[in-house]
Design a protein around this ligand. Structure first.
Ligand SMILES: C[S@@+](CC[C@H](N)C(=O)[O-])C[C@H]1O[C@@H](n2cnc3c(N)ncnc32)[C@H](O)[C@@H]1O
Length: 145
């Protein structure tokens, strides 16, 4: 991004944005804009260099539409990086209930684990990376425009 770059943080809640504002201020970053928005309605700027989404897209049923719009906003060579939780296919069914139970206070349900954002990354961008962690529970998906 560099000193000339602009970083935009988007979240649905004021609380999460207040935390982000605190961290940006503590680091002395004055090029950070924070936007309270539902990502499903967010108008991405044009010619974006990179988009990163961490542990958030799983909350949104409209995964494919968001990734399509995010991909369309990237400049050529721009990257979309998604880090998130998924159904660990190598685990026995009963074990999958453990992370589901642990994340239930955050609204996560079995329905969430059927969302497959990395497939939308592959539909709308050139896949340049896909990695799994914790035996497939966490994934990192990277696409390039
Ligand atoms: C587990 S937190 C992750 C927060 C942050 N990205 C991180 O990695 O620390 C999930 C976040 O997704 C946000 N979120 C859920 N649905 C959203 C939506 N439709 N649009 C924008 N943000 C949303 C929540 O407000 C919450 O802050």
């Amino acid at each position: 991004m560099g000193l000339e770059g602009r970083l935009i943080g988007v979240d649905l809640t004021e609380e999460m944005l207040a935390g982000a504002r605190g961290r940006a201020d503590a680091a002395g970053w004055n090029n950070v804009e924070l936007v309270q928005s539902d990502a499903t309605k967010y108008e991405f700027p044009e010619n974006v260099a990179a988009i990163m989404c961490t542990f958030a897209i799983i909350h949104m049923p409209e995964v494919d539409a968001i990734i399509r719009r995010a991909a369309a906003s990237l400049r050529p060579g721009g990257r979309l990086v998604i880090l998130g939780m998924k159904e660990p296919t190598a685990w026995p069914r009963w074990m999958v209930r453990v992370p589901l139970w642990l994340t239930r206070p955050y609204g996560v349900s079995a329905e969430y684990l059927r969302r497959r954002p990395w497939e939308s990354v592959a539909s709308h961008l050139r896949v340049v990376g896909f990695r799994e962690f914790y035996w497939g529970l966490i994934y990192l998906s990277v696409g390039e425009a």
